[in-house]
Structure formats: structure tokens, C-alpha cells
Design a protein around this ligand. Sequence first.
Ligand SMILES: [Fe+2]
Ligand SMILES: [Fe+2]
Length: 187
Amino acid sequence: MAYSPDRSSNGYGMAIAGAVAGFLAARVLPPLIAQAGGRLARSDPFDRLAQDHRAILDLIDRLEDAESAANRGILLLRLKRRLTVHALAEEDIVYPLLRQEVGEEQAVKRLYAEHGDIKVHLYVIETLVSGGEASEWRARVEALRDLVAEHAVQEEEVEFPRLRRLLRQDELTVMAGRMQREKALVL
Ligand SMILES: [Fe+2]
Ligand SMILES: [Fe+2]
């Protein structure tokens, strides 16, 4: 039977209801999830960022070993999502605080630029998912790992401690909550 876009049919109504529900979910769920993440927000925000780094580096190690296009593609999507969530919290909350509270203007510009470099590496790696030679794949993924690891060490050992020293416990709690909200924007 040919499809007929009858406005009175249940199918059309359900499609509209689905679209509205999807729209509402997109608008309402992030703050709800952020609220549900209140417990996480109360934990140390810098520890949470360091845990993200470990998870991201583990994922890159698994990506390096992936051989089939299917595995490469799945792991790359998971990595991109984790990096996006993490980068959003840093770029929208942590780096502005570093600049505002610590006065780290040059360091902050470099951190943003390194996130840009990471995206360029990801773009190149994505072109190798299908048909990329194993040796080139490994070399490109290793280059990404080196970049991310160096960036993470700089954050954990130099930049984050500078900010952490300046923030009181209540300010850390506010920062953690705002970071959690940013992360919840990426569903
Ligand atoms: Fe970063
Ligand atoms: Fe980071």
C-alpha cells in the first residue's frame, strides 16, 4: 500500500508526537541529567577530568589495535564522543576560569589550540577507517595518543593545580556542577 500523508491518521499523529517528544527531550533532558549527576558534581572536578583522560587514552590504545573498518569506525565514534564531552567542559568552564582567575592568557590560548590540533588528527584518522594500511593507521593513532597524553599531562600537572589552589570548596562545587551541565548537553 502506498504511503499517504493523511493528517488524521495515527501514523502522522504519532510522527508529530514523536517529533515534539524529541524536541522536549532535547530541551529538558540535559538539565535533568545534570541534576541527576549532582552526586558526580560534588566529587572533585579535577579528579573527574583526570579520570576522563585515562578513559580517553585507553580508548585510543584500543583504536590503535583495531583492524577491521567496522571496529575502527565504532571505536572512533566512541572516542570522538568522549573527547567532545570532555572538551566542552574544559572549553566552556575550566579554560575561561583559568584565564579569569589565574590570568593564564597564553597558556589558555595554547590549550584551545591543542584541542584544535586533536580535531585535525581525528579528521585524518577518519579518512583511514576504510582501507587505511595497518602501518599508517598505527602511526596516525600513535601521533594522536602522543598529542592527547602530552596535553593531559600539562593540564593535570601544571594548569589544573594552578586553578585548584585558588578555588574554595564551595567554588569547586559550583564549578563541578557547571561542568556536569555542559557534559550533559552532549547526549
Ligand atoms: Fe584539554
Ligand atoms: Fe583534558
